[in-house]
Write a protein that binds this ligand. Sequence first.
Ligand code: SF4
Length: 230
Amino acid sequence: MDRQEAILRELNLYPQWVRRDVPAREAVTTVGAIHESPLRNWPELKETVRGCTACRLRAGCTQTVFGVGDEQADWLFVGEGPGADEDVKGEPFVGEAGKLLDNMLLAIKLKRGKNVYITNVVKCRPPVDGSGKQLPPKPDEIATCLPYLQRQIELIQPKLIVALGKVASDALLTGKEATLASLRGTLHDYHGIPLIVTYHPAYLLRSPSEKARAWQDLCLAVKFMADKSA
Ligand code: SF4
């Protein structure tokens, strides 16, 4: 059993699903100006996020969690918001969901920090409910924080965005009121950048039977990137 197969077995994704062909996407256009942002470069953007208190989430978190990885990456993965582990460490996807995301990356021969950038829609940890369950960010919190993600995307100019979960897909595909399931399996457009939708790793931990579908989505992403570079 080779390493790839071992990882896929670990993910409960073996034997591999074979994806049906989809048309290759046409050339990606350059990212347009999303909004007139005064945040022109990475240091300024990072500093601004670090000191941000623009919404109520900042009062309940330890620190802002900006993002991690290659700032000129072809691949951008966008999650929902920091959880408890991320809040402590200041890095996205470092808990159990992060381990699964790292394994998903390995399964498609990618690695955190190498041609990959990882971030979230909101940069501060949302609160938990009475049972300790992490709550999703509220619409006004998302709206307040979204310009930071938009500016990250402008600076990175990735070749592909992978939206992890409904919060990320809703935030990036505004106007598409649809279930996550209906958004899967196709290439969407975010201001000229192709975007695919898949499940959030935290959801996959709760619903491991969906890992096969997540693998389908990753195959779609890999196929797109291979077609693009061919
Ligand atoms: Fe600022 Fe975003 Fe944190 Fe709200 S979640 S305080 S907008 S960085």
